[in-house]
Write a protein that binds this ligand. Structure first.
Ligand SMILES: [Zn+2]
Length: 283
């Protein structure tokens, strides 16, 4: 019995980390990078690379290369030369999975004004009827693991984006605004996490990428553009998991010949971001 307790205790205290890619089926770089990362971690562990051994033995690392395999197949049928901006983005039911999570921001903004909890918010009773099967699988996964840090890999820009994605204030003096910096109570930590990626990345920190300008290669989600029911806000509000969204390539479907350069540019960032688990506040 004592041994069983010891094992359970170890499971509880070892932090859980996750990478999720290809939520938009036509944004394929993250999927390729995560497959490469999994292989790299296994090989370097076998080679007894001290840094990788330490990382693997102190963190439970979960890797999901594709959250939207149906969308991916639609995009991959077209290939890199004909891939339209939206072809394959959504799932089989034509739903954008990054607009499909329960809207906990609304609950939080209501509770901020009227009193009530603003973190560890419960799911709405009918949440299963509101979401797609892929989203439901992710929520069950989050429910069953103690994730503390994660990243969601996308494409179409090059920047590290941190919560909140949903703007608190879309109306200012009667004019409709589409952007408004919406800070979490952990804004400083989120900025540091986003910068840990952008500065370890080959060129994300250079600020001008894909025709956009992002100081330090990072942005608050809502100050870029506001979106509701996204995955990163949900992770934070539901389980206090620090999730950021990584936009990794100007072209959503880069050619095979570009993958080596992308791996070289992202490898250190992907590894050092997992190491940020140790910089999180202990509770
Ligand atoms: Zn995307």
């Amino acid at each position: 019995m004592a041994l069983k307790w010891a094992t359970e205790l170890e499971n509880v205290v070892e932090p859980e980390f996750k990478y999720v890619a290809n939520m938009h089926g036509n944004e394929i770089l993250g999927r390729e990078l995560l497959l490469q990362l999994a292989e790299f971690l296994c090989e370097e562990y076998r080679n007894r690379n001290e840094r990788i051994v330490r990382l693997i033995e102190n963190t439970r690392i979960h890797i999901m290369p594709s959250m939207n395999p149906d969308g991916y197949e639609v995009a991959a049928d077209q290939g890199p030369y004909f891939n339209g901006y939206l072809t394959g983005r959504n799932n089989f039911n034509d739903v954008d999975l990054n607009r499909n999570f329960p809207d906990l921001n609304m609950v939080m903004y209501y509770n901020e004004r009227n009193g009530g909890p603003t973190d560890h918010l419960p799911l709405p009773d009918n949440w299963k009827e509101q979401v797609e099967p892929e989203t439901q699988a992710i929520i069950n996964w989050i429910e069953n693991h103690n994730f503390v840090l994660s990243a969601n890999l996308h494409g179409g820009a090059v920047v590290a984006n941190y919560p909140f994605d949903k703007s608190k204030d879309l109306r200012v003096r009667g004019y409709r605004r589409t952007t408004s910096y919406s800070a979490t109570p952990d804004d400083k930590l989120f900025k540091a996490l986003a910068m840990s990626y952008s500065f370890a990345h080959g060129w994300m920190h250079r600020e001008f990428n894909c025709g956009d300008y992002f100081p330090y290669g990072i942005t608050n989600g809502a100050s870029w553009y506001s979106l509701s029911k996204g995955m990163q806000d949900f992770n934070y509000l539901y389980k206090n998991c620090f999730e950021i969204t990584l936009e990794l390539s100007c072209n959503k479907f880069p050619k095979e010949s570009e993958l080596q350069r992308e791996w070289d540019g992202n490898r250190e960032a992907l590894i050092s971001f997992i190491e940020q688990v140790s910089s999180l506040p202990k509770v």
